[in-house]
Design a protein around this ligand. Structure first.
Ligand SMILES: *Cc1c(COP(=O)(O)O)cnc(C)c1O
Length: 373
């Protein structure tokens, strides 16, 4: 089957074996077969990172990545509590929005979207405000593709003994996550980004002790981490899960394991990202961030002066590739290329030559597109 290759940051192009896993037999979620599937998934997910060891467990939720983030933040930050959000993009700011929607206090250590996390501000706020239960951060800020330095953040948080809740939605499975070293109380992610599954299942990897020592701060019936954890530990499920998507995730995790785990996926993404980066550099396209600030998963590029995003997008789509626009203030200014999912070396060759053709065609049309810019 010839499909578009998705270069947007999730959902991703599925491999054939993951797609075919969707066609397995129908299953009632109250039967022992589903209990086994759920148990396997939870164990496999906890084992993706050796650093999670025995101290963490995984709780599944049917929903998109935001459901997992909202369940994590809503349940672990105490009701009427306050947390410090470190934001340098859309997803950090969304966690502050989630806290406020739950009637919790969101203190913000913000920075420009183009900038690294503001660790000086984090230190300042943590030293001035003793009531903060958690620091909330985003691992790969997908707005720009920056890999935030969570190790450095963890050093600041350790001084105040405040644990981190991490949005690892776009990094889990492809970037290093040091659960104990970074003092993560939990991280949230999804099936359909670096794990190469189908959208519909998300999850929280949470320190077991948090589930026994904390009281649920959930203001939502559906997104209550403690309730889901309790049911899932019992081999049951709170509500109806996306059964077929679970089959696909189990297959995607087997594939990840066979390929060499997150480290191998990291290397693969690195190679693909570097090739695209070098080729676009040769085509005079400039990255948004310094090259060492980008994650291996996603890179943002300035739209070259005189060219329009929608034209690039449409032309690449005709060539079989879906790229991603900039959000908010970056709308029309940048384009983003992710390398998740089923991508071959020859896909990247085709992408590079399609980009080359686009710049050349627009130039030879005498700058017609450029006047429109
Ligand atoms: C994709 C993403 C999310 C969640 O997006 P959904 O559309 O809810 O799956 C959250 N945080 C980050 C950093 C992301 O990249």
């Amino acid at each position: 089957m010839m499909t578009n290759k998705l270069l947007n940051p999730g959902p991703v192009t599925l491999t054939t074996r993951v797609r075919e896993a969707l066609l397995k037999e129908d299953l009632c979620h109250r039967e022992p077969e589903f209990a086994r599937l759920q148990q396997t998934l939870r164990e496999q997910l906890t084992r993706v990172y050796a650093s999670a060891g025995q101290d963490y467990t995984t709780v599944l939720i049917t929903g998109s990545g935001t459901a997992a983030v909202e369940m994590m933040v809503g349940s672990l930050v105490p009701s009427n509590g306050s947390a410090l959000v470190v934001a340098n993009g859309v997803y950090g700011e969304r966690m502050a929005e989630i806290l406020r929607a739950q009637g919790k206090t969101a203190l913000l250590a913000g920075s420009e979207w183009i900038s690294p996390m503001n660790l000086g501000k984090v230190d300042e706020i943590l030293s001035a405000q003793p009531g903060i239960s958690h620091v909330l951060a985003v691992h790969i800020e997908t707005t720009t593709g920056r890999l935030n330095d969570i190790g450095a953040l963890a050093e600041v948080c350790r001084k105040y003994n405040v644990p981190i809740l991490l949005d690892a939605v776009s990094s889990f499975g492809a970037e290093k996550i040091d659960f104990t070293g970074w003092n993560l109380e939990a991280c949230a992610s999804t099936a359909n980004k670096c794990l190469h599954g189908v959208p519909g299942i998300a999850f929280v990897v949470v320190r077991r002790s948090a589930l026994t020592e904390r009281v649920s701060g959930a203001t939502s019936v559906y997104l209550n981490l403690f309730k889901h954890a309790e049911e899932q530990q019992r081999g049951s499920t709170l509500f109806t899960p996306s059964v077929q998507v679970c089959y696909a995730l189990a297959e995607a995790l087997r594939e990840l394991c066979e390929q060499g785990g997150w480290q191998a996926r990291h290397q693969r993404y690195r190679i693909l990202s570097k090739r695209i980066f070098a080729a676009l550099h040769g085509q005079a396209v400039k990255p948004l961030l310094a090259s060492d600030a980008h994650s291996t998963v996603l890179t943002s590029y300035h739209m070259p002066a005189g060219y329009r995003y929608d034209q690039l997008h449409d032309m690449l789509k005709q060539a079989g590739f879906v790229i991603y626009a900039g959000q908010g203030q970056f709308s029309g200014e940048i384009f983003r290329i992710a390398v998740m999912g089923d991508l071959s070396d020859s896909d990247i060759d085709r992408l590079i030559s399609a980009c080359r053709q686009f710049w050349d065609a627009n130039l030879s049309r005498g700058g017609e597109a450029r006047q429109g810019a």
